[in-house]
Design a protein around this ligand. Sequence first.
Ligand SMILES: [Zn+2]
Length: 280
Amino acid sequence: MLWKGRRQSSNIEDRRGQYARRGGAIGGGSIIIALIAVFIFGQDPLMVLQGLQQQTSIVETSDSNYEPSAEEQQVFELISVVLADTEDTWNQIFQKAGYDYQAPKLVVYSGMTPTACGTGQAASGPFYCPGDQKIYLDLSFLSELQRMGASGDLAVAYVLAHEVGHHIQTLTGVSNKVRNLQSQTNQVGANAIQVKMELQADCLAGVWVNHTQKRARFLEQGDIEEALQAASAVGDDQLMRKAGLPPRREAFTHGSSKERMGWFNKGLKNGDLAACETGI
Ligand SMILES: [Zn+2]
């Protein structure tokens, strides 16, 4: 991906080193349980966050001591360019359709941070909070992604573009519709609806790559494979197998590796929002 020297977004709140836990009410064990709850048992990450918030109190600390490594700073610059690319591309798509695009803010934090959806925890992975229209990202997730077998700059871009996809769903009213439908069904039904929403966000990430390529010619050889690898690495079946559990469709919240790659690819090939109709 060609990103060096390109525009960086100013819609970033850098909260690294700004918050710490008070009193140690939540230990590593709780974070691991939260992680298992999100990835394995198919709980809604936001519900897990809210659950954790009840046990956790965090305090604001000095931000002057935070020293990112050179490698981390490089990733920070990469995501600043990717966020700018989402702004320019979605702006173009919205304007063509006669709408104004309201860009989300990206909060980069370390460890934990307050959000309108409860306390953000690194263990929950990147997430979008509709309540404050912000994306929350702890950069350590990107090393985690590498450990799961997905590396490269377009893998990072896919993760961010997926979260921006959730913001698009909030702007288009899909998120509200999903919450309404989920409130009328049981956990298995709610999970099935959640999968459709997540696959649509993957498709929207593909649409973003399609349009950004036309606008900025930013792809290099091997980039698409990196994004597909990332989509595969975060498939529910693969995560469950990695945790030593047999995949259970009814516990899926994001879709299988095959589905995630398939919907990203569909958006990428079509470049059209209409192609992202996952049946919500
Ligand atoms: Zn998602």
